[in-house]
Design a protein. Structure first.
Length: 157
């Protein structure tokens, strides 16, 4: 390799469950341990999705806070990036984790069409989420899936 690289790890994603792979970290303690293992292997950024006890995705700030605090304590120097993605959650719920002051948070710059659903990120939400990130010191991890999203990102930031 010619130079330094940044390795980002999404330790769980929003969809996989234990029935898909027993190693998927669901609980805060499992996520903290998984982030630690990734850090030891060379990852410098960890992208976090939190889950309910039934393994469905959630946006609970208390869960995010527990995972963020645990990673910061166990993995000094690792960049914590919280996900604002949210299937089946309100826009306000999705944005609530930004108030915790993570190092980074995801910022999808527009809506995405999936085969069976539309994942909605209206321009007003993208702009408000970007504003909240700036206000709380979270750097955006800008997600761009088509050219229109690139323009949205430029407008929002």
């Amino acid at each position: 390799m010619a130079g330094p690289v940044i390795v980002t790890v999404a330790i769980s994603g929003a969809v996989p469950r234990k029935t898909d792979n027993q190693a998927v970290p669901i609980t805060p303690s499992e996520q903290i341990e998984s982030a630690h293992q990734a850090s030891e292997a060379g990852a410098s950024v960890v992208h976090i999705y939190v889950r309910n006890p039934d393994e469905t995705p959630d946006s609970d700030p208390a869960l995010y806070a527990a995972v963020q605090e645990g990673i910061r304590g166990r993995c000094p120097g690792m960049i914590v990036q919280l996900s604002t993605a949210g299937r089946g959650r309100t826009l306000a719920e999705r944005a609530s984790c930004v108030r915790l002051g993570p190092d980074m948070a995801s910022l999808a710059a527009g809506s995405t069409n999936f085969p069976m659903e539309v994942y909605e990120d209206p321009p007003s939400f993208v702009e408000e989420l970007a504003r909240s990130m700036l206000e709380h010191g979270a750097k955006p991890e800008i997600e761009v899936f088509d050219l229109a999203m690139l323009y949205n990102a430029c407008d929002a930031l």
